[in-house]
Write a protein that binds this ligand. Structure first.
Ligand code: URP
Ligand code: ZN
Ligand code: ZN
Length: 462
C-alpha cells in the first residue's frame, strides 16, 4: 500500500515546510516537494499540517485502584488516543509489593494483548526495592522496557526511600535506563491529610490543601539532587507547581540532565474546581492537585522556554460513581483525570493558536521529545524516511466542542466539558493505516503492537 500526502505543511525535525510525504507500507519513504509517483491513495492536505503522531508517555489503562479499576482499558484507551491524534502510548506496569518487577510487565502485556489499536510500550513502576532491584532493572531493559517510575509519595503503598531511589538512579547511569519520579513529599502530605480528617475537613478541596506546592517543590529538589549525585538523568512526571519548575530549571542550569513533563489539566484548570459541592469537586481530584494561576503561567513559560520537555496526560480515568467512594473522605477519592483523547487539541489550541509557542514546539512537546527521552527515536516522533508512518493530517481550523457524550474515553464526564477548541486531526495514520478519518475510529482493535524501546547510549539526545 502506497499513500501520498500532498500539499501539506510538514513539520519535520528541520522545521515546517511545504512538502509531500510518501508512505510505503508501514513506513515513511520520502519527504520532498513535489513527489510524483503512482500510489494507491492520495490525500490532499492543502491548508493542513502534516505532523508526527502524538506520543503520550503517561497513561494508566486497566489500572487497579483499591477495589476498583480505571474506566479505560487498552481497548477504549487506545481507540480514544487514536481519535485524538495520539498513535503511541507508554503505560505504567505497576509492581505488586514484594513481587518481582518482571511480573508487573507480564501482567500489563497480558492486559494489552489483542486490545490495543495503536502501538504501546511500558514503564515499570517500582514500589518495593528488593535486593535484586538492579539486576531486575537490567533484565527489563533487555526486554525493551527502559524506564522506571518511583514515588516519593504514598508511604506504605508506593513510596520508596531516598536510598532506593538513589540505587535506581545509579543503575540507570550504567544501564542506559531512565528513572521517572512522582515528586511530592509523602510524609508531610500524610500528616496534613490525617490532621484534616481529624478536624472534620473531608471535602475534595482538602485534597489540594493537604498537598501544597512546597511539598512538590521539596521532593523535586531532592530527586534532582539525587540524580546529580548519581550522575544520571531524571524525568519528573506530572509537574504542576511553579516551585517544582524552578527546581528543574535550576538543575538544568548547573548541567544536570533533569527533564520534566506537565499535563493539559495543570495548564488549563485551576484548584478552585475542587471547591464545588458533592461529587463535582471529586471529578477534579488528581495528584499532584490542580494549582493556581501563578503555577499555570510558570508552566506555560517553561514549555515555551524549553525548561519542560513533554506534555503527557497522566490519563487515569474514573467514572463519577467510582469517584463517589470518597464522598465523605477526600483521601478515598480515586485520583486521576481522563485526557488521552483531548491532549493534542487542547495543547494546539492553547499553545499554538494562542501564540504561546509555534507548531515546531508543539511537535517537540507531543512527539519528538517523548520519543527521544524514551528510546523511540528515530523510529517514532518524526516524519522522516524510515520512520514508522504514524502521521496526522491536522486541520488547524477545525473547531470542536469537547464533551464526554462524543469523546471515546469511558469516564462519564470530561474535565473540559463544553470547552471549544480549534485544531483537530482530520486523518490519523498508525504505521501507515488509517485509524481515524471522517470523524470516527476506522482502525482495528488489536492492530497495535508492543514497542521495545532502546536504552540510552550516552546523554539524552537534544
Ligand atoms: O492522581 C493521579 N495522578 N493518578 C495517577 C497515578 C499517578 O500518580 O500518576
Ligand atoms: Zn504519579
Ligand atoms: Zn500517573
Amino acid at each position: 500500500m502506497r499513500t501520498l500526502i500532498r500539499h501539506g505543511t510538514v513539520v519535520t525535525p528541520a522545521g515546517a515546510e511545504r512538502a509531500d510525504v510518501l508512505i510505503e507500507g508501514a513506513h515513511v519513504a520520502r519527504v520532498a516537494d513535489p513527489i510524483d509517483v503512482e500510489v494507491d491513495r492520495t490525500i490532499d492536505a492543502t491548508g493542513r499540517y502534516v505532523l508526527p503522531g502524538g506520543i503520550d508517555v503517561h497513561t494508566h489503562f486497566d489500572m487497579p485502584y483499591g477495589d476498583t479499576v480505571t474506566a479505560d482499558d487498552f481497548e477504549s484507551g487506545t481507540v480514544a488516543a487514536a481519535c485524538g491524534g495520539t498513535t503511541c502510548v507508554i503505560d505504567f506496569a505497576t509492581q505488586t509489593r514484594r513481587r518481582p518487577l518482571r511480573e508487573a510487565l507480564d501482567a500489563w502485556l497480558a492486559k494489552a494483548d489483542g486490545k490495543a489499536a495503536i502501538d504501546y510500550g511500558f514503564h515499570v513502576a517500582v514500589c518495593d526495592a528488593g535486593p535484586d532491584l538492579e539486576t531486575e532493572m537490567d533484565a527489563l531493559l533487555a526486554e525493551g522496557v527502559t524506564s522506571f517510575k518511583v514515588f516519593t509519595a504514598y508511604p506504605g503503598r508506593l513510596m520508596l526511600d531516598d536510598g532506593a531511589i538513589f540505587r535506581a538512579l545509579r543503575r540507570t547511569r550504567e544501564n542506559g535506563g531512565t528513572v521517572m519520579v512522582h515528586a511530592e513529599n509523602g510524609g508531610a502530605i500524610d500528616v496534613l491529610s490525617r490532621a484534616a480528617l481529624a478536624e472534620g475537613r473531608t471535602a475534595p478541596i482538602e485534597h489540594a490543601r493537604t498537598r501544597p506546592p512546597l511539598a512538590e517543590g521539596e521532593a523535586t529538589h531532592r530527586v534532582v539532587a539525587l540524580a546529580e549525585l548519581a550522575g544520571a538523568p531524571v524525568y519528573v512526571v506530572h509537574v504542576s507547581a511553579a516551585e517544582a519548575v524552578e527546581e528543574i530549571a535550576r538543575a538544568r542550569d548547573r548541567g544536570v540532565e533533569a527533564f520534566g513533563e506537565t499535563c493539559p489539566h495543570y495548564l488549563l484548570l485551576t484548584d478552585h474546581l475542587l471547591d464545588q459541592p458533592g461529587l463535582e469537586g471529586a471529578k477534579y481530584v488528581c495528584s499532584p492537585p490542580l494549582r493556581d494561576r501563578r503555577s499555570q503561567e510558570r508552566l506555560w513559560r517553561a514549555l515555551a522556554a524549553g525548561e519542560l520537555d513533554v506534555v503527557a496526560t497522566d490519563h487515569c480515568s474514573f467514572r463519577t460513581d467510582q469517584k463517589a467512594a470518597g464522598k465523605d473522605d477526600f483521601t478515598r477519592i480515586p485520583g486521576g483525570l481522563p485526557g488521552v483523547e483531548t491532549r493534542m487539541s487542547l495543547l494546539f489550541d492553547a499553545g499554538v493558536r494562542h501564540r504561546r509557542f509555534g507548531i515546531e514546539r508543539f511537535v517537540a512537546l507531543t512527539a519528538e521529545r517523548p520519543a527521544k527521552l524514551f528510546g523511540l527515536w528515530p523510529r517514532k516522533g518524526a516524519i522522516a524516511p524510515g520512520a514508522d508512518a504514524d502521521v496526522l493530517v491536522w486541520d488547524p481550523d477545525r473547531e470542536i466542542t469537547l464533551s464526554a457524550a462524543t469523546l471515546h474515553m469511558r469516564a462519564d464526564y470530561s474535565p473540559f466539558e463544553g470547552r471549544v477548541v480549534m485544531g483537530a486531526p482530520e486523518i490519523v495514520l498508525a504505521r501507515g493505516r488509517p485509524v481515524y478519518e471522517g470523524g470516527r475510529f476506522v482502525g482495528r482493535v488489536g492492530a497495535g503492537s508492543f514497542v521495545r524501546r532502546a536504552p540510552r547510549t550516552g546523554a539524552v539526545p537534544t
